[in-house]
Design a protein around this ligand. Structure first.
Ligand code: NAP
Length: 308
């Protein structure tokens, strides 16, 4: 089988930590080029400052993985789809719901595959959690997603700008798991978002949600957590409590626990290869819609200024 030639666009933290090794480990793909404004390249791989530069004078590619901040992703995706290239969108798939809907139409017209990659859905405990919950009745859900922004996002100016999502940048990962493991649709019933006086995105948030069966769901997000970090989802059910820890990597069920090796990005590229082979797209917006609803209906409070 001829590998799909892929270019990584946005050679930052996640591209280097996860996309490069996942592509190198999957024979269905061949890294053909990289694109990033700052010029830092991968040895032996053609590098371009812009996507237009690659498409104008670079080697032929069949697909792109867009690993830029979300604010610039739509234009890049649209350019790639217009050329018939398959597109993998890092999470979140866009800065607005409207632009993601437009991309969906553009993918349908171009015939290329468009994939909104929610990496946390591939964490080791998530599929087991989904299967276990399918046969049980949930009573309540508590999400605690607290991390130290200075440790995980140093110098990422975009995260604090409009469209950068602030604490929802990691928080949307929890929502991607929640919307995958819970059998019923989920909607927002209330939210309070805390914006630092000097920033355009929230540093903390409290959300109340509910599923269509009336199960109450709370979500506690905070970017100011020092010491131990917390990425937990606890679901109380009629058969005991299910707890996903470490962003879904570890699963505790009544009388048993599971932890497997991390292959979130390996799974993402397997899925992207399937979509390309089958000529289909996968663009689930449920997690982004909940974040958008929190911005739309949540109470906005101003809190202390925050410096990196
Ligand atoms: P990052 O370290 O800031 O990297 C973003 C990269 O995109 C930078 O190299 C940036 O270059 C480049 N870029 C910006 N505008 C561009 C453009 N128009 N064309 C090409 N490249 C452009 O951010 P990150 O942490 O990797 O996050 C990127 C995305 O991945 C975000 O949506 C984030 O939510 C998601 N993600 C991140 C993580 C994580 O652990 N960090 C995990 C999963 C998903 P300059 O720096 O030169 O501007």
């Amino acid at each position: 089988m001829t590998p799909t030639r892929i270019a990584i666009v946005g050679l930052g933290k996640i591209a280097r930590d996860q996309h490069l090794p996942a592509i190198a480990g999957n024979p269905a793909f061949e890294l053909a080029a990289t694109v990033s404004p700052d010029g830092a390249a991968v040895d032996g791989v053609p590098h371009f400052a812009t996507l237009d530069g690659l498409l104008g004078t670079g080697p032929a590619v069949d697909s792109v993985a867009l690993c830029t901040p979300p604010q610039v992703r739509r234009e890049l995706a649209s350019t790639a789809l217009a050329r018939g290239l398959h597109v993998l969108l890092e999470k979140p798939p866009g800065a607005t719901l409207g632009e993601v809907a437009a991309l969906q139409d553009e993918a349908a017209s171009s015939g290329a595959s468009l994939f909104a990659a929610w990496h946390s859905r591939h964490a080791a405990g998530v599929e087991l959690a989904r299967a276990w919950l399918a046969g049980r009745t949930a009573r309540r859900v508590a999400i605690t997603w607290r991390e130290d922004v200075r440790v995980w996002h140093p110098g990422q100016v975009w995260i604090w700008q409009p469209g950068g999502l602030g604490v929802f940048d990691p928080g949307i990962n929890a929502l991607s798991i929640l919307t995958h493991i819970m059998p019923q649709p989920i909607f927002l019933t209330g939210a309070v978002l805390d914006f630092p006086a000097n920033r355009a995105a929230p540093i903390a948030a409290d959300l109340q949600l509910q599923d269509a069966a009336g199960v109450p769901i709370t979500m506690d997000l905070d970017f100011r957590q020092t010491g131990p970090q917390t990425w937990d989802i606890a679901v109380e059910t009629d058969a005991g409590t299910l707890t996903l820890r470490k962003g879904g990597a570890e699963l505790e069920l009544p009388g048993q626990s599971h932890a497997d090796k991390d292959r979130e990005y390996a799974a993402i590229y397997e899925r992207f290869a399937q979509l390309i082979a089958s000529g289909t797209s996968d663009l689930d917006i449920a997690p982004l819609r909940l974040v958008a609803d929190a911005f739309l209906c949540g109470k906005h409070r101003t809190t202390d200024a925050f410096e990196d």
